[in-house]
Design a protein. Structure first.
Ligand SMILES: [Zn+2]
Length: 450
């Protein structure tokens, strides 16, 4: 099935409704969703009973704040206790037509079930994000996300592209730079999707592998996601100049759908695009209190699925930490905009200052070409907090002399001190020392015993 966009500028008319209209749709659908959970999900029925929740009193989005969160660990426990789909599944198993394995950075995969209608919902959510990024029906796309292991960047992206009327060339990051670039040179698809650092790495290999710079390979639009960084100016500029294309960012996560935040042509953060299909709250990760999504606000994203049948989640804590970059936009979309600055779990505290590894990565990337852009934080401490300067291992470019190396070291230390107010000690290593990003996320923090 493929459907057409609503207009030249937007995939769906819902992307431009007023806050009042959006709220009215959410209130109505939240009541429907809570009724569905109470009737069909053992997990939520028990959770409501445990927390003395009277579901008939949940009338509006404002009432959500009184409801308990759903934690990832609860879903794992539910899956383990009631295999194969958990006590939270809310449909007959006969209605399940697809099962996604949620990628976890730790532990076993968790499983997400979908009905045929849920797949359409996922596709609709994803279409709005990718359309905002610049993909159009009729485009042809090189698929450079990982396609194996059930990762949502694989099959669900294929389904979204088909729904949008885009031709997918499903090669996958696992195929490696050589294969991907060969296909790009042969087929010249005009759209490209993958993780930001991998796509930059891919472009850098183009002259060696296909004898031409990446910007001569015919890509017009790039959509990046799967890791923070794609919206950072240094990373975006590098991708756009390497590929001679626009690069915009999107964000999602398996537990709710595939992708559902999408940056528009303005490039100032990813819009919330789907008040009819989900609710996104911002909370303070320490206190759990709601944070108003006004410009400059920071917090963790918490999602409630609407119109979801098989594995519906209520107030699901994502650990994705975002900053709100705006609440109105020249593109006309009305959903607030965010940039993801990291996982709440990844946050380090250096002499009392909260710090996300992705912020350090950005500053190191700004020191290219003297640095390659690859770096690791070497954490010689337990937990997340240290009183010592942070040790950074940074790759320098090939052929950099001793004096230039000294300059590079000083520049990076100085840049991080002035931007983040954190003292670092930079240790340089030669080009090629650190593992490159591919379809498997590379942790920016390396743990070493103190
Ligand atoms: Zn916009």
């Amino acid at each position: 099935m493929s459907v057409a966009p609503f207009s030249e500028k937007y995939w769906s008319p819902i992307e431009t409704v007023s806050a009042v209209q959006a709220r009215a749709v959410q209130d109505e659908r939240l009541r429907e969703q809570i009724t569905h959970l109470a009737a069909h999900s053992t997990f939520y029925r028990e959770k409501f009973a445990r927390h003395d929740v009277d579901v008939t009193k949940i009338r509006t989005v404002d009432d959500l704040a009184a409801l308990p969160f759903t934690e990832k660990q609860e879903l794992r426990d539910s899956l383990a206790a009631v295999p194969p789909l958990g006590a939270h599944v809310a449909v007959d198993h006969a209605d399940v037509v697809q099962i996604q394995a949620s990628s976890g950075t730790t532990g076993n995969p968790s499983y997400v079930a979908l009905t045929a209608d849920d797949i359409v919902t996922w596709c609709e959510l994803g279409a709005r994000a990718l359309y905002a990024n610049g993909f159009r029906p009729g485009d042809r796309l090189l698929h450079a996300f990982g396609m194996s292991k059930g990762f949502v960047g694989g099959l669900p992206i294929v389904q979204i592209l088909r729904y949008m009327g885009i031709v997918d060339i499903p090669i996958g990051a696992e195929a490696g730079a050589e294969r991907l670039l060969r296909v790009q040179a042969d087929q010249r698809p005009n759209a490209l999707i993958g993780t930001p650092y991998f796509l930059a790495h891919l472009a850098e290999q183009a002259p060696r592998i296909v004898g031409r710079p990446a910007r001569e390979l015919g890509v017009r639009t790039i959509s990046v996601g799967g890791e923070p960084g794609g919206g950072l100016p240094a990373v975006r500029d590098r991708l756009e100049s390497l590929w001679g294309a626009t690069s915009r960012e999107m964000l999602g996560g398996t537990d709710i759908a595939c992708t559902y935040w999408g940056e528009c042509e303005a490039g100032e953060g990813m819009h919330f695009l789907s008040p009819d299909l989900m609710i996104a709250e911002l909370i303070d990760p320490e206190t759990g209190e709601q944070v108003a999504p006004v410009e400059g606000a920071q917090g963790e994203l918490v999602y409630t699925a609407l119109r979801r049948r098989a594995s519906p989640l209520l107030r699901f804590r994502t650990r994705d930490h975002v900053v709100v970059t705006g609440t109105d936009c020249s593109c006309g979309r009305t959903g607030f905009k965010v940039r993801c600055i990291g996982r709440t779990d990844d946050m380090l505290i250096v002499r009392g200052i909260n710090l996300f590894p992705s912020a350090i990565k950005q500053l190191v990337t700004e020191s290219t070409p003297a640095a390659t852009g690859e770096m690791r934080i070497r954490a010689e401490f337990e937990g997340h907090s240290t009183q010592q300067p942070l040790l950074l291992v940074v790759e320098h470019a090939a052929g950099l002399g001793p004096e230039q190396q000294n300059d590079l070291r000083a520049t990076i230390e100085q840049r991080i001190r002035s931007a983040l107010n954190v003292k670092t000690v930079v240790q340089l290593v030669p080009d090629g020392t650190l593992k490159r990003p591919d379809h498997v996320k590379v942790s920016l923090v390396e743990r070493v015993s103190p």
